[in-house]
Design a protein around this ligand. Structure first.
Ligand SMILES: [Mg+2]
Length: 408
């Protein structure tokens, strides 16, 4: 029996969410991007005017964008906001199917086989309308008999459109597309395929499978099956995909960090953020990962396990700092650092101990939870550690928020 799968892709997601919260942003060219001064300035998302009138693309460097559009408005990303809308979208999808698989914050597959073909198309249209009305953003939906073509369909018409790729029409609609529009065909694969004379998905589909295997191995065969509409991977059940796998923050500081005290301050700043987000999600983590990049752009990552699963900034910062001291040899100044927590538990059982550590810990948890409440109400900058005032030029910084989730 033929399957029916939708792939929903919310258009220009970060920028659209910002425009929804502040409609005035719709009427000016605007991008969501990193901080230009703090050296992590690329376009993460752009609004419709920036895209159509100035040809601005995701991934472009901000200073280049400014050359073409000097009055571009750059908004800092606010991942908590995007995550919230993403969760609300997942709830809407869940009303139609119990097989919903997220793919990043703004995309998801939904298995609608139980609706049949005709009604799957109606569901696609209904979903777009619901997302537009309830979340204030638009989405493109691809409807097809496998995940790969559904994803391709959602890319074909934007914004706010449904594209159906069926067993009957895929040769006409999918095959003329460039092979790079197929999911998982990156630049390297595209080049290798091009050397074989394969430029379109149709070229790939009609190529001798055995020859593809010789030049690209098993991967060649998999891509061939994608091009022929033979992908049969299922859409995963929704509950296993909504779990957060890691929470992290990283930053590139406005000036390079030249001593341990500098690094320690920034690590405390990061740990405060990470711990607050752990608490907001009701999670404690046992593994602390530290990432460091020096000014020559050498990067390394080290991790350790802590004694008890934690959501306390002091414990996270100490673990990260001790990883740093053990592993950094100061050949060069440090340009960016990040902290990430994994191995979560929801309600860890901390063993009571003889020396009252558990009691003291409990009080620290209460203190930090109170700080969260105050920050939630009055803003993140209202309360910070006194030590941060010793070097505001490196601690008064925008932090990148990172989430990873289970699933692909
Ligand atoms: Mg999108």
């Amino acid at each position: 029996m033929s399957r029916w799968i939708l792939h929903v892709d919310m258009n220009n997601f970060y920028a659209s969410v910002e425009c929804m919260f502040n409609p005035a942003l719709k009427d000016v060219p605007m991008v969501v991007g990193g901080d230009e001064q703090a050296r992590h300035g690329i376009v993460l998302s752009k609004n419709e005017i920036a895209k159509t009138r100035y040809g601005i693309q995701t991934g472009e460097v901000l200073w280049k964008v400014r050359q073409r559009c000097p009055h571009i408005l750059v908004v800092q990303p606010d991942m908590e906001k995007y995550l919230k809308i993403s969760r609300m979208a997942m709830e809407i999808y869940g009303e139609y199917s119990d097989r919903v698989e997220s793919f990043g914050l703004d995309e998801a597959w939904i298995d609608t086989t139980h609706f049949g073909k005709k009604d799957s198309v109606h569901v696609a249209d209904a979903l777009r309308e619901k997302i537009r009305k309830e979340l204030g953003v638009t989405a493109s939906v691809g409807v097809s008999f496998n995940k790969i073509f559904a994803k391709l369909g959602s890319d074909m018409k934007k914004p706010d459109a449904t594209t159906v790729l069926s067993e009957e029409n895929y040769r006409n609609l999918v095959w003329p597309q460039p092979v790079s529009s197929l999911l998982f065909v990156g630049r390297a694969t595209e080049k290798r395929l091009s050397r074989l004379g394969i430029e379109t998905i149709g070229d790939l589909a009609c190529y001798e499978k055995a020859l593809l295997r010789t030049s690209l191995g098993k991967w060649g065969e998999i891509l061939w099956s994608y091009a022929n509409g033979l992908d049969c991977t299922p859409v995963a059940p929704k509950d296993i995909h909504d779990q957060i796998k890691s929470i992290g923050n990283s930053t590139t500081t406005p000036r390079d960090l030249r001593c341990e005290d500098d690094v320690k301050l920034v690590l405390y700043r990061l740990a405060d953020q990470v711990a607050g987000r752990l608490r907001a999600n009701g999670l404690c983590g046992s593994t602390i990962c530290l990432s460091v990049r020096d000014c020559m752009l050498h990067t390394f990552e080290r991790q350790c396990r802590v004694h008890y699963p934690t959501q306390l900034s002091g414990e996270i910062a100490l673990a990260a700092f001790s990883l740093f001291r053990k592993n950094y040899n100061w050949q060069h100044p440090v340009r960016s650092v990040g902290i990430r927590i994994t191995d979560f538990e929801e309600n860890p059982n901390v063993q009571l101990d003889l020396f009252g550590c558990a009691y003291r810990r409990d009080r620290t948890i209460k203190l930090e939870t109170t700080l969260d409440k105050i920050r939630n109400r009055f803003g993140n900058q209202i309360l910070y550690r006194a030590s941060m005032m010793t070097a505001p030029e490196i601690t008064d910084i925008a932090l990148h928020q990172e989430y990873t989730r289970t699933g692909i």
